[in-house]
Design a protein around this ligand. Structure first.
Ligand SMILES: [Zn+2]
Ligand SMILES: [Zn+2]
Length: 302
């Protein structure tokens, strides 16, 4: 089989006619045999697609032609060709479901009122100069942080991105308003919104990691401030940056160490069970229970 690749990317730029971009993207992916998920909104594009390397390269070249998409940082990873069951290209009100499209101002160069972008090395420099004052703030759904997060990070109690606004406005984090806050998420898209949301609500010094955990992990692997595995929104589910990745996840059943998520056996339920190899032998470990309230995603791409 030819070499298979997966890309993850987002770009903020005004899109006057999202429906037209959806049609274009769908036709483009179909013609190249790519599968995956792409969201288009009046604020830009967010996607993850996989296929043969040459086809993915053609997709990237074509997508960069759209005004404002030329700056997109495409994050590449190895694939098997079966990461996505189908192609889904949709228009949405928001790229990330925060239910707050008015919080961000988007221009041709991207989000104009978000947190300052730090390259991975600058994240470490900030921590070296400001020490324990620096607060890492997880911009993902809480379940994702069960298997990996920045050391000592604050993990907000959110099941989906919908919950972020009420969580930020709850007052729980008001004591952090004067501290340097580094928001982080998988590839960076959620922090473009989250950092603006926080700045708009009185947090004074908010940063975001350029390229998210993906770029940080590529740079520092497991020798930096990141700890554990990365949850990803395709069939692979979990990605490690090196063989030195520590296992911080704890099995739902026995508390043993694990980084393996499994779908709840109830097809109506979107819960992901975190289960160790040994408990995975027992089908009971995947039975639906009343405690399954942690909705997996509200359509996050990465
Ligand atoms: Zn177990
Ligand atoms: Zn369930």
């Amino acid at each position: 089989m030819t070499l298979q690749k997966v890309i993850l990317y987002y770009g903020f730029a005004p899109v006057a006619d999202p429906a037209a971009v959806v049609l274009w993207q769908r036709t483009l992916c179909d013609s190249l045999g790519l599968k995956g998920r792409i969201l288009v909104s009046p604020h830009g594009i967010n996607g993850t697609v996989g296929g043969e390397m040459e086809a993915v390269k053609k997709y990237v070249r074509a997508t960069k032609q759209y005004p404002g998409f030329g700056k997109i940082d495409f994050k590449w990873s190895e694939g098997q060709g079966d990461e996505f069951p189908r192609l889904s290209v949709k228009a949405r009100k928001e790229l990330v479901a925060f239910t707050t499209p008015d919080d961000v101002i988007v221009g041709i160069d991207g989000v104009e009122n978000g947190g300052i972008h730090l390259k991975p090395a600058q994240v470490n420099e900030l921590v070296a100069t400001r020490g324990d004052d620096v607060v890492f703030f997880d911009g993902r759904n809480a379940f994702e942080a069960r298997i990996g997060k920045f050391k000592n990070a604050v993990v907000p109690d959110v099941r989906t991105s919908h919950d972020f606004i009420s969580e930020i406005e709850s007052g729980k984090y008001d004591h952090l308003k004067d501290k340097p806050i580094v928001t982080y998420c998988t590839g960076g898209v959620r922090c473009e919104i989250l950092s603006a949301v926080m700045l708009n609500r009185g947090f004074s010094e908010v940063y975001q990691i350029e390229g998210g955990i993906v770029r940080y992990g590529e740079k520092f692997k497991d020798a930096g401030l990141w700890e554990g595995s990365l949850y990803i929104f395709d069939k692979r589910m979990v990605m490690n940056f090196s063989h030195d990745a520590v296992t911080i996840g704890e099995c739902d059943e026995c508390g043993g160490a694990t980084s393996s998520f499994y779908n709840c056996h109830n097809p109506e339920c979107r819960h992901l069970a975190l289960v160790c190899d040994s408990c995975a032998q027992n089908p009971q470990s995947f039975a639906c229970t009343g405690s399954h309230d942690s909705v997996r995603t509200s359509g996050e791409v990465g």
